[in-house]
Design a protein around this ligand. Structure first.
Ligand code: UT7
Length: 312
């Protein structure tokens, strides 16, 4: 029992914030940001643009690409860490904004930057029991909500956006969401967490050290479990937090630079939306082709980490 990908869509807010824009408002330089992170620009949502609004646009684009309507979807799972409202879930708001006329389940998962893989993990479990026929998974963040423009060590790192994938139940276990693994370690809470006044508290260097071992570790676990090596994988799309982390992790796994999909220069770190936005970018631009095998590892606040193997 498995799944297959039937549609995808993404959304990036109109406003682009460049490194040069940051130079004008804080003590930073384009050179520092590019050298330390690989980031050049990121998208920021408009003030009145909500997480649910962005998720709905990405979802509608995925539905259109799949030739479906929201009523054809049997479950919506939204990975997000930045919803404006405590309740209801963004998933339910998306159903409302899309004009669903039938009852279907929708919920959010909070796995920070690993959230999208937590969402895929849930979907895989539902497909394996054939409980739902079509599941839409959305990764969406408005990280700009949390940015403190007085803290240059975090303000330049994040961006906003949304991506959605629709999977359909399939009897093949070699397509769609083939495998997932997710983990969490609450002892590392202090490394990266939110504050009661909605700010990002991060020990960058400590988080970095964890990321360069946890992400490749999860990716290797998935490859071992699937009985494959880096040679069998067409693209590795690591969570887009820092170019140096991406390159170090991929080289530990034996992936050549040509197989690493990088969008951190364009989107910066969009947390739970990062992997799906990168995947959508790859498919939109003909970089990722139908039938290819994608390995997607991520890590984030919690700490949480994991990886997924998807055939598109
Ligand atoms: O999705 C998970 C999210 N988190 C991450 O992935 C973060 C992982 N960590 C990182 O990516 C890196 O640690 C950072 C990019 C956050 C920082 O890079 P770093 O090479 O670890 O720099 P650092 O924190 O050790 O700071 C080096 C210097 C410091 O100055 P001093 O103390 O050496 O004088 C900082 O104050 O760089 C300074 N600095 C900046 N300078 C210019 C910090 N932020 C900036 C900035 N512009 N924006």
């Amino acid at each position: 029992m498995g799944s297959r990908l039937v549609g995808y869509g993404s959304y990036l807010p109109e406003k682009i914030m460049t490194n040069q824009d940051f130079e004008k408002i804080m003590d930073t330089t384009d050179e520092w940001i590019v050298q330390r992170t690989g980031m050049r620009e990121r998208h920021f949502a408009a003030e009145n643009e909500t997480v649910a609004d962005m998720a709905t646009i990405a979802a509608q684009r995925a539905l259109t690409a799949a030739g479906l309507t929201v009523d054809d979807i049997d479950m919506v799972i939204v990975a997000t860490t930045s919803p404006e409202l405590d309740f209801p879930s963004v998933g339910v708001q998306v159903l409302g904004q899309l004009g669903a006329t039938r009852d279907q389940p929708a919920f959010d998962v909070r796995g920070a930057c690993t959230g999208y893989i937590y969402g895929l993990h849930c979907a895989r479990a539902f497909f394996s029991t054939a409980m739902h026929r079509r599941i839409m998974i959305i990764g969406v963040e408005k990280m700009s909500r949390f940015l403190d423009m007085n803290d240059r060590s975090t303000a330049v790192l994040f961006g906003d956006g949304a991506g959605a994938l629709i999977f359909e139940h399939s009897t093949s276990s070699y397509s769609g969401i083939i495998d997932t693994v997710v983990m969490a370690d609450g002892k590392c809470f202090d490394m990266l967490h939110g504050s009661p006044d909605h700010k990002i508290i991060m020990n960058g260097p400590e988080t970095y050290k964890k990321a360069v071992t946890l992400m490749p570790g999860a990716a290797q676990y998935i490859m071992d479990h699937a009985g494959i090596t880096a040679e069998n994988v067409d693209w590795i799309i690591p969570h887009q937090a820092n170019l140096r982390i991406i390159q170090s992790g991929a080289s530990r796994l034996g992936f050549p630079l040509e197989k690493i999909l990088v969008t951190v220069d364009k989107h910066a770190n969009t947390s739970g939306a990062s992997g799906v936005l990168a995947m959508a970018y790859g498919m939109d631009n003909g970089i990722i082709k139908q039938g290819q095998l994608i390995l997607y590892p991520a890590f984030g606040s919690g700490l949480t980490w994991g990886a997924s193997l998807i055939r598109v």
